[in-house]
Design a protein around this ligand. Structure first.
Ligand SMILES: Cc1cc2nc3c(=O)[nH]c(=O)nc-3n(C[C@H](O)[C@H](O)[C@H](O)COP(=O)(O)O)c2cc1C
Length: 310
């Protein structure tokens, strides 16, 4: 099985990725959360630079709605030395979708086809795609697959949910299976792999899966990939070292305590579930604004609670 780290905007930053790569079983590929602004600033430079991603097989992602804009970003990404770029056709957020970007591009398959025709014709890089299965109705996926069939997509990562479903409800494994039958493209499955059990259930339904992308599962339990691959088990101390390394780098990088704490709290939204009795701490934890409050609560969790393996 090949394992990919999902892009999670605001959370799987280069600081998160490189510390993850240091402390846990490594992923075969790490996807950088989407880039959409052609005015590349320090944040984008740090995300894309080879130094930030040393020793990792990393793929940058573009969120775009016009071929011109996509190609401009692809040129910038090529300058950083990448040979592949991923196109985001999955982001379900209202602000993105109303601008016809992300999953919003799936509304109109003729427009999607024209967009893909232009970028596949002119892009100097290989293009992979991360997609949803439509906006809300079953018939849409067949039309979308008919478009994907026409292009030499390097790899298609499928999160088998509709845009309208955001991140909840049952995944549509039948849609994934339909793609395996319709396409002659390398596929990757993404969605709801939060344990060995969850992965086994998905593979039982769809035995041809040989590549999976993990997102919220590794935020919840950063040691999950070690468990899936049955490599060296992760201890609470490893989780603490990983946490401290990420936290200290955010403290170095950001000015002011509020952004550091709010960045860490995004991770705790998920990671809290890997500690016993986390309900006793979350109310106070999510109110923390300053590093001293944050450290006091987090240290109590680490001192008093057990790390829950899957
Ligand atoms: C907070 C958050 C940020 C995300 N950011 C991105 C992103 O930048 N690009 C992208 O393709 N998907 C993004 N996603 C979707 C994830 O990559 C993934 O497809 C989704 O969480 C389903 O996989 P999972 O069930 O393993 O988490 C994001 C999801 C969440 C919850």
């Amino acid at each position: 099985m090949n394992y990919y780290m999902a892009p999670l905007e605001g959370i799987t930053t280069y600081i998160f990725r490189r510390n993850y790569n240091k402390y846990f079983h490594t992923f075969d590929k790490y996807f950088i959360p989407f880039i959409s602004n052609t005015n590349i600033g320090m944040k984008e430079i740090m995300e894309l630079s080879r130094e930030s991603n040393e020793g990792m097989n990393t793929v940058p992602q573009i969120l775009s709605k016009t071929p011109e804009h996509f190609l401009k970003l692809a040129d910038i990404i090529a300058e950083f030395g990448y040979d592949t770029v991923n196109l985001n056709l999955g982001c379900p957020s209202k602000t993105v979708v109303t601008k016809k970007r992300g999953a919003g591009m799936l509304y109109d398959t003729d427009m999607l086809d024209r967009f893909l025709y232009e970028i596949f014709d002119k892009c100097p890089l290989k293009i992979s795609i991360k997609t949803r299965i439509g906006i809300s109705d079953d018939y849409e996926w067949e039309e979308i697959l008919d478009v994907y069939k026409k292009y030499s997509i390097e790899e298609l990562i499928i999160h088998p949910r509709f845009q309208k479903e955001f991140y909840s409800g049952k995944v549509h494994l039948d849609a994934y299976i339909a793609a395996t039958k319709a396409l002659d493209i390398k596929l990757c499955y993404n969605g709801d792999i939060i344990s060995r059990n969850a992965l086994d259930n998905i593979i039982n339904t769809c035995p041809s899966i040989d590549t999976v992308m993990l997102g919220r599962g590794i935020l919840r339990n950063p040691g999950m990939l070690n468990e899936l691959t049955e490599s060296s088990p992760v201890s609470k101390d490893t989780i603490i070292s990983f946490h401290d390394a990420v936290y200290n780098e955010y403290k170095e990088r950001f000015s002011g305590e509020v952004p550091v704490v709010s960045k860490m709290l995004e991770l705790w939204t998920y990671m809290k579930d890997s500690f016993t009795n986390s309900d006793n701490y979350v109310k106070k934890l999510f109110k923390a604004k300053h590093c001293s409050e944050y450290e006091m609560i987090v240290n109590s969790i680490f001192r008093n609670e057990d790390y829950i393996h899957n």
